[in-house]
Design a protein around this ligand. Structure first.
Ligand SMILES: [Zn+2]
Length: 414
């Protein structure tokens, strides 16, 4: 077979090959191959296996790119299935205030918090949103992310929500990371609708969802289902309206309390329920029965100092596929790094290194409906990979510069 790209003779290739998502004990299996090579043609994988076999069966084109991966570990490109990477303004000052002891309520009373980001995003041009988003994506790429989900949800009015989604569309075409877009006007009730929430829900269902769908700007619809934000009933109505217009469902669920989000996810057949810090065993069972992926965001819990993480071990034991994401956002999401999130999964949620890798790759692919094309290294899939200097465990040495190469569709992009 012919190849125009070759990662040659890695100490280990963690292929994560096989059916995805991986649940239960299978989440601990990364399908490793020692002393292995990965070859691709036109951005797709044509060979994964022993380096000695590769030398016999693969013929390189004259212009082929070859990476000598001796001493390295190769893993699938990371997939970040929950981000808020497009927004206006800057709230890093709030981080300093929170560390100085200010509460979110105090910061919000001074005009901070999500209200500040909504005002800044409404004031930002599409060009501003694209350029600030592009810088965040470059950071993500440097940490090995090759595919990501990106949400609207800081406009909370039709014109700004559309502007955010158009910015995501422009970014998808203008840099290496593949993006899938989520419409999330149900991120918060905007200030001008406080006290008449039902009117805002109607606006989302009657005006915003049809407009987003008719312009083909989003693949997903998401809702923040939480006490004080959107109720389970409102969340279900919004997600079902999205489905009627071809938008698949995902949901922010049970982050601050057991508030019904996981139950809504199971009821509407959401692909993913995210956060889940307070999910219990009966709701985990419902998710397992309906094949809802649990996308856990330990960096959000860490930066918000919530004092607890989602019950990853319970979810895995109940047969729920666990994925990981950064929750990159202007408030409590101060990381673009999937390896850092994997470190938190291991040391904060007691996942194994192998479970965390599966959660950042094939299960994250399933969380955005891409398990057929990305998330593992096997023939026919896109050649999206990360070449790590050293062993797999080096990946979770927080802050260590261990990523040698990032490969997207068979090209070195970072
Ligand atoms: Zn979020």
């Amino acid at each position: 077979m012919t190849a125009d790209f070759l990662i040659h003779d890695a100490d280990l290739v963690a292929t994560c090959a096989g059916p995805g998502p991986r649940v239960g004990a299978a989440q601990n299996n990364i399908s490793p191959v020692a002393n292995a090579s990965v070859a691709g043609l036109d951005g797709r994988i044509v060979f994964v296996g022993a380096a000695a076999d590769c030398d016999h069966v693969v013929t390189l084109t004259p212009a082929a790119k070859v990476i000598d991966a001796h001493g390295c570990t190769v893993v699938p490109g990371f997939i970040d299935p929950h981000t808020h990477l497009v927004f206006g303004g800057d709230r890093r000052e709030e981080l300093r205030r929170r560390l100085g002891g200010a509460t979110y309520a105090e910061i919000a009373a001074d005009g901070g918090g999500i209200v500040k980001t909504v005002a800044a995003t409404r004031a930002a041009s599409e060009h501003d949103l694209v350029e600030s988003g592009r810088a965040r994506l470059a950071d993500m790429l440097a940490f090995g992310t090759t595919t990501a989900e990106a949400k609207s949800g800081y406009g909370l009015d039709l014109v700004t929500e559309l502007r955010m989604l158009r910015a995501i569309r422009t970014l998808a075409a203008g840099q290496p990371i593949e993006l899938t877009a989520t419409f999330m006007a149900a991120h918060e009730v905007p200030v001008e609708y406080r006290g008449r929430r039902a009117d805002y829900v109607r606006l989302i269902i009657d005006d915003m969802i049809p407009a987003v769908a008719s312009e083909g700007l989003a693949e997903w619809c998401d809702v923040f289902c939480e006490t004080g934000v959107f109720t389970p009933g409102e969340s279900q109505a919004i997600l079902e309206a999205g489905q009627r217009h071809g938008l698949k469902s995902r949901i922010h669920a049970d982050e601050l309390g057991l508030s019904g989000g996981a139950a809504v996810a199971a009821k509407v057949g959401a692909r993913s329920a995210d956060h889940l810090i307070f999910v219990d065993q009966p709701h985990a069972q419902l998710m397992a029965e309906r094949g809802v992926v649990a996308t856990l965001l330990p960096a959000a819990a860490f930066f918000l100092k919530l004092g607890r993480f989602a019950p990853a071990r319970m979810l895995i034991d109940q047969g729920v596929a666990v994925a990981l994401a950064t929750d990159l956002n202007p408030g409590g999401g101060f990381t673009t790094s999937m390896p850092f999130v994997m470190s938190l999964a291991c040391f904060g949620m007691n996942m194994t290194l192998e479970e965390s890798l599966v959660a950042a790759t094939i299960n994250a692919a399933a969380a955005i409906d891409r398990a057929g094309t990305i998330g593992s290294l096997e023939p026919g899939k896109q050649l999206d990979a990360v070449v790590i200097n050293g062993a797999l465990a080096d990946l979770i040495r927080v802050g260590a510069p261990v990523i040698r190469h990032v490969v997207k569709r068979g090209r070195i992009v970072g």
